[in-house]
Design a protein. Structure first.
Lengths: 103, 103
DNA sequence: TTAATACATCAATTCTTCTTGATGTATTAT
DNA sequence: ATAATACATCAAGAAGAATTGATGTATTAA
């Protein structure tokens, strides 16, 4: 059977990445942890918009958050991109298909 | 400057992959070239639906097509997934961000 | 030449995602 | 306690993507 669960998670990851604003956020966070206010300044976008995209990224497992006082800091969770790379590798090898016998 | 063009292409690729039916098609094509009729049989989906998704995949560069008689055969273009892997690798390294100096 | 097959495309509808402005909640400063 | 801040969430609307059934086009078969 095809790895349906893995595929669903991968789809969430792919969708999370497939959006310009979210990519901008990710690229910003690759320079380190940031609070929402930092991201607002950098991107010049409305707060609700940023929070919306942060939520999508968080739910996909791309980022994690941590509250400190009245700030909420977001940072990348490296494992997400790592697992996506792994998934794509399998896809390339045809290891996700029904008929595959990769191991 | 951030590699905007590369990102746009990557977004197209990510979107193309981030859909269950299209993934099913990709997984099927990983077992070799198929005509639309083959895919219809395998997936049990309407022809217009399959053609729609094939178009998305083709425009993203994930697949290529070739006509033979009244059949149109589709197959994976390996380069697409390869370049996506490469893009993700850069993303992981923070090499897509404005501030990066990866080379 | 007419039929049938294989596929693409289209218009209308539906479904999903994104945006916007407003309101709600927690935390700190006064 | 009150006010200000940092952020989340919500409802309404806008925009985008997918589905559906129908029609169009090329190719081969009869």
């Amino acid at each position: 059977m095809s790895s349906a669960v893995a595929n669903e998670k991968a789809i969430d990851l792919l969708k999370a990445l497939a959006e310009p604003i979210r990519l901008e956020i990710i690229e910003s966070l690759s320079n380190g942890e940031k609070c929402v206010c930092d991201l607002m300044q950098e991107t010049d976008l409305a707060q609700s918009k940023i929070s919306f995209h942060l939520k999508v990224l968080k739910e996909a497992g791309v980022i994690t958050d941590r509250q400190s006082g009245r700030w909420v800091y977001y940072k990348l969770d490296i494992r997400a991109l790592k697992s996506l790379q792994n998934w794509i590798k399998k896809l390339r090898k045809g290891c996700l298909s029904e008929a595959s016998s990769c191991e």
